[in-house]
Unconditional design. Structure first.
Length: 224
């Protein structure tokens, strides 16, 4: 019985171990971009490098390993008489809050320019995670800029689009949050059951009997 209770207690302690909940601080991300517009509360509009851009709120979905996949749409606002350019920034974050991969694509005048999927290592140390995130962002922008150059894109707002993606990437990294949460369905060791002791069967009633005949008191002779 003691072994069973000890096993249940160890299992309960193991399952109750806290895990990390990874999320994007949407409010902080929007404030860094200048604030979500009061008109729709779904996008932020801001100038950068002499052109105007619009970033929509991130779309977030969980990944099988406990992390999240984040997708952000970014528009290059070209004015009333021209159609906007569009870009998508995608990053994958593991359950430790570390960016493990990133990719981006830009749609300009019916042409789609997509970067390679840039991946980082597997080290989870905080300092290494920051260095890896910086390297992933740098490689992604370099790859996208090289492909834009081959397409002979020369318009100012379009040439700076990779830099705008990097700007959003940096702000997303700063908005990553990890919180410790208790595991769901933790097993608790049940209190030991109290078993009432069964009464012992009563033994035969003892009867005290004198051993042999009791001696009679001596007779005292009567005086005549």
């Amino acid at each position: 019985m003691k072994r069973v209770l000890t096993f249940l207690a160890i299992a309960g302690a193991f399952l109750a171990t806290a895990s990390a909940d990874v999320r994007i601080d949407e409010k902080a991300f929007g404030e860094k971009l200048g604030g979500w517009t009061k008109r729709t509360n779904q996008a932020a509009e801001y100038p950068l490098s002499g052109s105007s851009y619009r970033t929509f709120k991130p779309e977030v979905s969980p990944t099988p390993d406990g992390g999240i996949f984040v997708s952000v749409r970014i528009d290059h606002m070209r004015g009333m008489l021209a159609s906007d350019d569009h870009a998508i920034l995608e990053i994958t974050i593991n359950d430790k809050g570390t960016i493990v991969s990133a990719q981006s694509n830009i749609a300009i005048q019916g042409r789609a320019i997509t970067s390679d999927v840039i991946k980082g290592g597997t080290d989870t140390a905080k300092a290494a995670g920051v260095d890896r995130a910086v390297q992933i962002g740098t490689d992604m922008v370099a790859d996208l800029s090289a492909k834009l150059l081959r397409e002979k894109i020369v318009e100012a707002g379009r040439v700076s689009f990779p830099s705008v993606l990097r700007h959003n990437y940096n702000l997303l990294f700063q908005a990553i949050r990890t919180e410790e949460i208790a595991a769901v369905g933790a097993l608790e060791a049940p209190a030991p059951a109290t078993v009432a002791a069964e009464p012992k069967p009563a033994g035969p009633k003892l009867e005290v009997k004198p051993y042999g005949d009791s001696p009679k008191p001596p007779e005292i002779p009567l005086k005549p």
